[in-house]
Design a protein around this ligand. Sequence first.
Ligand SMILES: Nc1ncnc2c1ncn2[C@@H]1O[C@H](COP(=O)(O)OP(=O)(O)OP(=O)(O)O)[C@@H](O)[C@H]1O
Ligand SMILES: [Mg+2]
Length: 334
Amino acid sequence: MKDSALVAVENLVKHFPVRMNFIQMLFTREKKKVHAVNGVSFKIEEGQTLGLVGESGSGKTTTGRLVLKLIEPTDGRIKFMGKDITPLKPKEMRPLRREMQIVFQDPLASLNPYMKIGEAVRHPLVIHKIGRNRIQQREMVLEMLEKVNLRPPEEFYNRYPRQISGGQRQRVVIARALITRPKFVVADEAVAMLDVSIRSQLLKLMVDLKKEFNLTYLFITHDLATTKYICDRIAVMYLGHIVEEGSFKDIYSEPAHPYTKALISAVPEPDPKIMKTKKKMIPSGEVPNAIEPPPGCPFHPRCPHKKAVCSRTFPEVVEISEGHKVACHIYARR
Ligand SMILES: Nc1ncnc2c1ncn2[C@@H]1O[C@H](COP(=O)(O)OP(=O)(O)OP(=O)(O)O)[C@@H](O)[C@H]1O
Ligand SMILES: [Mg+2]
């Protein structure tokens, strides 16, 4: 396979030690682990957006942090711009940091309340020594504030995070992420906390900025509906595994995995005339525990199509049409 991808991860694994109290430690011999990410592989071509979708606890955030090497993988490889960055030490990562940024869900938590917005956006320029001097950096910040529609930028420069709205704050966070002109941005539930109307404005902004700056996104969301506006490809995650990956159209028109089918059927119908949403069809039952994940296919305890094999072996990944991959015994047996 050609490797023109900007980002590629192979068999990423991340296990976290389970925190135990003193009593638990006395009675347990084996060290328990959270299997947060369990062998995840994907590629993102330059200029594309991959949506990473799944329920809470499926390992999306952990995957996003691994890709940026904000945490160390237990196993697997991460390639960025064709280079294997897995073995790089934090100091060796530093020059790459300006090329890869992250936008989190809660802009209030990611902004210093005592720092003026303009200074917050200028900060990465100081860290990465970009711009000749303070005056030039200020110009760059004003230009970026304008690009994220915080106008007039001079006015926003001197405000504090608490003096602007939630949607405006997320624009500030986006401006700060883009000020170093990164190639790659991980957006982790970047619009999840916003009202629906503001959410679509922010998504539109992200799409516009992607075109303008030729960005590549990993767009993390628990809400499949938001992928509609922004994603070229979608990977569906369940309990540390990608169970299906395909183009936006593959996933929406021909979902293959029973879990993806359930997620799709739970996306609300946007028709205002009907004024109601389709009944939620997410299979009943708890998402199994990531400390003791079920053997075989992680989805089998909730799957309406489960067979004996599903509780024994993990299904191999099968490409059912070009670029459309699924890990499910229904397809493996063909
Ligand atoms: N630092 C950590 N230490 C121990 N366990 C962790 C840590 N970070 C995440 N986990 C566990 O790893 C699993 C995956 O978590 P992660 O945050 O990646 O899921 P997520 O898909 O982003 O969920 P959400 O939609 O709620 O944000 C969960 O069981 C979580 O409790
Ligand atoms: Mg998360």
